[in-house]
Write a protein that binds this ligand. Structure first.
Ligand SMILES: [Fe+2]
Ligand SMILES: [Fe+2]
Length: 193
């Protein structure tokens, strides 16, 4: 359903579970960044009423996810560490087109968001299926469902607001690029690492 070209090796879940404080810290900041991204999309595209409405809901949901993650961190006696660099997301950002028309940059920004939601959703599914911690397995299952909805929302907005971009063609380019990029990851205790 997500169209991803490469599935995550389940052994990544074992690596992630070997240091829960680390993966939860990274995960918390992923949620914060998702909220920030939704807010900046609202700020730059305020003329689109439905987008403003839906992305406000998403920004709130992402901060609720952030809150859920930090609650787990604190309940377990862990400490929320400093924000981790997300090299995977930075590489995706470089792929996003910024020099074409305003509409092109806008559509690519939506596809960038859809791409991160798709991979995050897949990573949460892998965690929900392969970690031994029952509470976290259930938690990641619930988040997987939520991020799948966000993925659909961003992709649908890209289709709706495109003026001169062939969204299906461009989305295929995103999937191909991401499929190659993700081959370099899957070895660390971060959501996209
Ligand atoms: Fe989220
Ligand atoms: Fe999300």
């Amino acid at each position: 359903m997500l169209g991803l070209k490469l599935s995550t090796d389940p052994r990544w879940a074992i690596i992630a579970e070997s240091n829960l404080e680390e993966i939860l810290t990274d995960h918390a900041w992923c949620e914060q960044k998702a909220a920030s991204n939704a807010i900046s999309l609202i700020a730059y595209n305020s003329e689109h009423q439905e987008l403003v409405h839906e992305l406000t809901i998403i920004a709130i949901e992402e901060m609720q996810h952030f809150q859920m993650v930090i609650d787990i961190i604190h309940k377990r006696g862990y400490t929320l560490g400093r924000e981790r660099k997300d090299d995977y997301v930075n590489q995706l950002m470089k792929f996003a087109k910024k020099d074409g028309s305003r509409n092109m940059a806008f559509i690519d920004r939506l596809l960038f968001a859809a791409m991160i939601e798709a991979r995050s959703c897949e990573r949460f599914r892998v965690l929900s299926q392969h970690i031994n911690d029952k509470e976290l397995a259930k938690f990641y299952y619930d988040l997987m469902v939520s991020e799948a909805n966000h993925y659909t929302t961003f992709l649908n907005f890209a289709r709706r607001y495109s003026v001169d971009v062939d969204v299906d063609k461009r989305w295929k380019e995103w999937l191909t690029f991401e499929g190659k990029l993700i081959q370099h990851y899957g070895k660390t205790q971060t959501v996209h690492g």
